[in-house]
Design a protein around this ligand. Structure first.
Ligand code: 5AD
Ligand code: SF4
Length: 459
């Protein structure tokens, strides 16, 4: 929108970590744009650089400091050339270590925690005056209010989009920093979510993923009663043009009956669920403060499958939590065998300062963590490959999102979130076609559009 008014240089946002950060990064880019800093592709072209950081594991947090080292170099070169460069650190590392960052890195001009992005214009102004502001208060209400003002210009032409509807976490898993960096659980007002979804649908978006650290714990009290995620899905299902609804990420304890029923009753709710279990050992689950057993999880999956037989499951796993024995790890492998996942993320336990897990003795040796991770990933990869191989010969509805790598190819997603490539014209982007899956690739499927579907997009 900034055309012409202010002669400011470009804005560059680098995103680390989860989907939530990807979404926040697009909002930060939007705010920068409104300040006259239109998005540029590289740090070298930018006048403002914002690193939107992740604190979930040690490696992710370390990356920020190494990146700042490189940016410092650009800043020195700029200073010599008399061209200004402002550097901001946003996200969860900003929240957890903001003061430390300002102390350690003289090149950082401002720090913004995840609840303070609406204060970016103010931060830029202060930074220009050399004040080095640190905005890390919990103000989620304000942030959600600000999101309502976004103009949506950035969403044009996109087929799928994210919408944050919930922030923070009250679960306090003993390994996790999120309750400390993102604060208590809070849900965005339903009417605001509906308005944003309608605006996205109006701009051509067909597939919306609702985001939150505990998105299935969504709960908003309106004058017309309590809005759960299931009720919200019912409302969003009525929006014309929207074809697919997804959500991530969820906690097993919040997988309520009405949400399970939504998977059965609402055709727009896609048959895909990311439901982290972390471990298959009850002893470790207890130590992790997950508040459910491995059996509870498996039983929940059975209920979900009874509601929607073809639901594809995804999960997160941690290996090498303090005190994890070989037997505990075997229990995780058994759970994976029993459930069968379409995709998954698995991590070595990483000690996070300030979490209860960091205080535990019996830390697991790095070599053991590595071995367990490799074994678990071997099994999960095999399950993902089997899931894809099972789709060969089936007819799946594919929503096309973008041109493929080669001319004449287009790429879309199956209901199960698999990437599907077919030969087809670019003007099918944004519409859904039934496709026969012909063969699996390493990370995607190859298929062919079935004939005789007319010119109209399917729902
Ligand atoms: N160490 C390793 N993995 C972690 N996760 C969260 N905290 C840690 C940690 N300290 C993983 C969990 C979570 C995912 C987002 O990141 O599996 O579900
Ligand atoms: Fe972290 Fe557990 Fe909350 Fe997920 S549910 S954000 S793992 S504390």
């Amino acid at each position: 929108m900034s055309k012409g008014s202010k002669a400011a240089g470009g804005g560059y946002v680098k995103s680390y970590g989860c989907q939530m950060n990807v979404y926040d990064s697009s909002r930060i880019a939007g705010l920068l744009d409104r300040q006259g800093h239109a998005a540029v592709d590289t740090p070298a072209e930018a006048e403002v650089i914002v690193l939107n950081t992740c604190h979930i594991r040690e490696k992710a947090a370390d990356k920020v400091f190494s990146e700042l080292g490189q940016i410092r170099q650009i800043k020195h070169e700029r200073a010599e050339a008399g061209r200004p460069l402002l550097i901001g650190v946003a996200g969860c590392v900003a929240q957890a270590e903001g003061a430390e960052i300002l102390r350690r890195e003289a090149s950082v001009d401002f720090v913004l925690g995840p609840q303070s992005y609406h204060r970016l214009p103010e931060a830029l102004e202060k930074a220009r005056r050399g004040e080095r502001p640190l905005f890390i208060d919990f103000e989620t209400d304000e942030k959600f209010r600000d999101l309502r003002r976004s103009d949506g210009g950035l969403d044009r032409g996109k087929v799928s989009a994210f919408v944050t509807i919930q922030e923070g976490c009250d679960k306090f898993c003993s390994f996790c920093v999120v309750p400390y960096t993102r604060g208590a659980e809070i849900s965005r007002a339903t009417p605001d979510v509906v308005t944003e979804a309608e605006r996205l649908a109006g701009a051509g978006v067909k597939d919306i993923t609702l985001l939150g650290q505990n998105v299935n714990g969504y709960r908003w009290e309106g004058r017309d009663g309590v809005w759960t995620l299931a009720r919200l899905f019912e409302r969003l299902s009525a929006i014309e043009g929207l074809e697919r609804l997804r959500y991530t990420t969820s906690h097993p304890l919040d997988m309520s009956d009405d949400l399970i029923a939504a998977h059965r009753d609402l055709p727009k709710v896609m048959p895909y669920l990311h439901l982290p279990v972390q471990s298959g050992s009850d002893r470790i689950l207890r130590a992790m403060n997950r508040r459910h057993t491995a059996r509870d999880y498996v039983a929940l999956i059975e209920t979900l499958r009874a509601a929607r037989a073809d639901i594809a499951l995804s999960s997160d796993f941690i290996v090498g939590f303090p005190g994890e024995t070989d037997e505990d790890f075997r229990a995780t492998m058994r759970l994976v065998e029993e459930v069968g996942f379409a995709s998954a993320f698995s991590f070595k336990y990483s000690t996070r300062p300030g979490t209860p897990g960091a205080e535990l003795g019996d830390q697991i040796h790095e070599t053991v963590k590595k071995e367990r991770l490799a074994e678990l990933q071997g099994l999960l990869d095999a399950q993902a490959a089997a899931f894809n191989a099972n789709c060969v010969g089936r007819s799946l509805d594919v929503l096309f999102e973008k041109p493929g790598r080669h001319d004449g190819q287009i790429v879309g997603r199956s209901p199960y979130l698999q990437s599907v490539q077919v030969n087809g014209p670019n003007d099918l982007i944004g519409s859904t076609r039934r496709c026969t899956i012909e063969r699996p690739g390493s990370h995607s499927l190859f298929g062919a559009i079935e004939q005789g579907q007319g010119g109209e997009a399917r729902n």
